[in-house]
Ligand binder design. Structure first.
Ligand code: NAD
Length: 494
């Protein structure tokens, strides 16, 4: 069960050189794609080639379904306690391997090592959480209103799951799906983003070492996700599609899933408002803003996109944010002093350049940063734009980079109206000294998650997900495992 095509990850800290598979994982085999093609993996910090991975065809995709189907009955019949113990071992192994995993993420994604380390621990937490949930998947029994029968409801594994993940959290977005799928008794096929496939293969390798049986987790990378995923969905055996990525691709996949009526969960884009009221503790609001904006270099669906600051504290907040963001060091992800790493690719830099230029043309003031450095790799510096006018594209689109767009407001009603003025509804941030105000505003904000006097919502124990065009369904917590089950009702004559 050894891959012949390994990427040699350089030694780091106390870890020796690690061999990372670069072939498809189908059943118990690591193997090349049917046509032998490869996909280049680029280091965003240098723009140079890191290695290449196998490129799956439609035939490989169908064979991955065969492998998942073969393992399905055995895995569903594995006692929950046994599944839980295996997931717990995955957690322990992932934590034990966190140093080199973080280095690998930083190399292929470009993010700062500190961000990569937090991601690995967050990712591992899904294995621990769902090890604990696997043995708590309870059903229901009730008496029918007529008294003539009993209603028994059991939650069964939904079937083979296709898991599609983005490049921005290559470990955490994978485990957030794999762990609940396996806990529920489903087998799966993971299709990671082309930009960051190595982390997915490394996580799968760790899972096999932990004792997860072959075929329970399969991993395929492809340069043609549209064709391969479409064929896999239309083939008929996939019963669950769990997607994290852009709203645009999510819409497309919902249409594809409709043909075979595949149950679908969608974790899509965001455009988070960050509201600061005059009664807030400004030091704490700045600390929260730094996390909400700068975590992962701004490449997070939860990243604060639009900062709405009440006029009385607007200047103070702006000044302090400029000072804190200005102190963040831009650089190669793997160097220890880097606070903000590279963006994923050239297109990401160009998108931000266009958004900043549009805002400035409409009258926004650049208080920090504002132009990409001339150096190898894909970098954009921490940037603060003040007085961004309504209508600017940067208030409508996901920035996905270290740029903060600031707008003053006067009243609570105005803040709520501005915050809700978006097609997205993933997360909103509120800073206020009055808990009642915070809760009242929370009720009025159209988002699946609210961070109240906090800069972070991500937590394996909480239901993560959006409303409006930010998605369907929830991941994490006991809600996450239900996404991989089907309720079966048995009417029992009494
Ligand atoms: P993307 O939509 O371009 O790609 C995501 C995944 O979909 C990748 O694996 C890609 O290969 C695949 N894909 C692309 N086109 C496809 C197609 N036609 N058919 C099937 N699969 C296809 O997104 P991205 O650029 O990788 O990631 C960034 C986006 O992800 C942002 O919008 C971000 O907000 C979102 N995101 C959301 C969450 C969340 O939990 N809501 C978390 C992380 C990222």
């Amino acid at each position: 069960m050894k891959s012949s095509n390994n990427y040699l990850l350089p030694a780091c800290s106390a870890n020796p050189v690690r061999e990372i598979p670069t072939d498809l994982l189908i059943g118990e085999q690591w193997r090349a794609g049917a046509e032998g093609r490869r996909i280049d993996v680029i280091n965003p910090s240098t723009g140079e080639l890191l290695t290449s991975v196998a490129d799956a065809t439609i035939k490989d995709g169908i064979q991955a379904i065969d492998a998942a189907a073969q393992a399905a009955t055995g895995w569903a019949a594995t006692p929950p306690r046994k599944r839980a113990e295996l997931l717990r071992t995955c957690f322990e192994r992932m934590v034990a391997h966190s140093e080199w995993l973080a280095q690998l993420i930083s190399l292929e994604n470009g993010k700062a090592l500190a961000d990569a380390k937090s991601e690995v621990l967050y990712a591992a937490e899904f294995f621990r959480w769902y090890a604990e949930e696997a043995v708590r998947l309870e059903g229901e029994v009730s008496v029918s209103p007529s008294g003539a029968n009993r209603i028994v409801v059991m939650y069964q594994p939904i079937g083979i799951a296709l898991l599609i993940t983005p490049w921005n959290f290559p470990a955490a977005m994978a485990t957030r799906k794999i762990a609940p799928a396996l806990a529920a008794g489903c087998t799966c096929i993971l299709k990671p983003a082309e930009e960051t496939p190595l982390t997915a293969y490394a996580v799968a390798q760790i899972m096999l070492e932990a004792g997860i049986p072959p075929g329970v987790v399969n991993v395929i990378t492809t340069s043609d996700p549209a064709a391969v995923v479409k064929a896999m969905l239309h083939e008929g055996r996939i019963r669950k599609l769990s997607f994290t990525g852009s709203t645009e691709v999510g819409r497309l996949l919902l249409r594809e899933a409709a043909d075979t009526v595949v149950n679908s969960s969608m974790e899509l884009g965001g455009n988070a408002p960050f509201l600061v009221f005059e009664d807030a503790n400004i030091e704490e609001a700045i600390a929260g803003a730094m996390i909400a904006k700068m975590r992962n270099g701004g490449e997070a669906c939860t990243a604060a996109n639009r900062f709405y600051i009440q006029r009385g504290v607007y200047e103070q907040f702006t000044k302090q944010l400029v000072a804190r963001m200005g102190a963040v060091k831009l650089g190669e992800g793997c160097s220890p002093e880097t606070g903000c790493g590279a963006l994923i690719n050239r297109a990401a830099v160009e998108k931000i350049e266009l958004l900043v230029a549009d805002a400035v043309k409409r009258g926004a003031r650049v208080l920090l940063g504002g132009s990409a450095p001339t150096r190898p790799g894909f970098f954009y510096p921490p940037t603060v734009l003040a007085d961004v006018p309504a209508g600017a594209e940067i208030l409508k689109q996901e920035i996905f980079g270290p740029v903060a767009a600031l707008v003053p407001f006067d009243s609570i009603d105005e803040a709520v109206q501005l915050a809700n003025d978006t097609e997205y509804g993933l997360v909103s941030y509120i800073y206020t000294g009055d808990l009642k105000t915070g809760l009242r505003i929370s009720e009025r904000l159209e988002s699946g998650m609210i961070a109240l006097n906090r800069g972070l919502v991500s937590d394996a124990a909480a239901p993560f997900g959006g409303v409006k065009q930010s998605g369907l369904g929830r991941e994490g917590s006991h809600h996450g495992i239900r996404e991989f089950t089907e309720a079966k009702y048995i009417a029992v004559e009494w």
